[in-house]
Design a protein around this ligand. Sequence first.
Ligand SMILES: C[S@@+](CC[C@H](N)C(=O)[O-])C[C@H]1O[C@@H](n2cnc3c(N)ncnc32)[C@H](O)[C@@H]1O
Length: 307
Amino acid sequence: MVCSPIKIRNKLIPRNKLASFDSGPHHNTDKGLALAAKPYFLYRPGAVADPSPEVVSVRLRLAKKSSLLICPSQDHRFRSSVMAFQLEQVVPWGRSFDEYASMFALSGADLDKTILGCGDGPASFNAELTVRGGRVNSADPVYRFSAGEIALRIEETCTVVLEQTRRNADEFLWQRIRSVEELGRVRMIAMRRFLQDYPRGRQEGRYVDTALPSLQFADKSFELALCSHFLFLYSGHFDGSFHLRSLRELCRVAEEVRVFPLLEFGAVKSRHLDEALSQLSLDGHQTDIVKVSYEFQRGANEMLVVH
Ligand SMILES: C[S@@+](CC[C@H](N)C(=O)[O-])C[C@H]1O[C@@H](n2cnc3c(N)ncnc32)[C@H](O)[C@@H]1O
């Protein structure tokens, strides 16, 4: 079978490598190519995608045969159809303030700090902390989209994520949240809270469209940076170099960095953790692994603290 390739900037990729592909900003050329009119992100195990809008170079390791999701890097809609629970791409899925407070062992004094939530997506941490009088910014490439677009994407992915969770139920501890149904309710409450707050928060500059490993903030803009369920969790999607550059970037913009969880999908320790810890120590940072009271993904009850 001949598979027509698509061209993503300078790379030709056979269509049969694609899990999904947004036909929006392409056009079919008479040579049978779908030409990407805009720079694209690639999300695929083994692919290195640099989602910073300025950086459009995409290095591919085509050795692995797993599926590939392509998302345009700017003003596009995320689209995906294949969703293995090692989540072959990042999905908008948001936790609440209470979950953040336990994942990061946030004290009253912590909550008084200037906080960056990096990769907050549709979590309600920012909305809820702002109501409590906190000073928080959230950074996520998903904030280039409107509330309507994010809501649509949440709707598209919610059922699939819950179904995948049901299938992998033994990877989770069903104590704090007792069932998949309850998980769906709790997450949707948090994400609706985010969606209500988002238009105003975006106007106020609390939701910033910027992405690791290169954030648009000045050095030491924040006292505390939090990164929940992005770094380490997506170790199969983002390589060690991405992780290290991202952690260094968080250390640049904040005095203290906390990351949770330290496991990747499959409930195993992130393959990038040890190397990141040694490199950060060589950089002169103090790194501590601290046990926290939160555990939903089985065994995920530790955060990394970097000073
Ligand atoms: C699974 S969600 C976690 C959302 C939230 N932190 C929570 O715990 O509920 C992962 C988030 O990482 C965001 N993300 C993807 N690539 C990113 C990047 N390069 N820099 C920062 N965030 C990114 C996604 O858009 C998504 O919102």
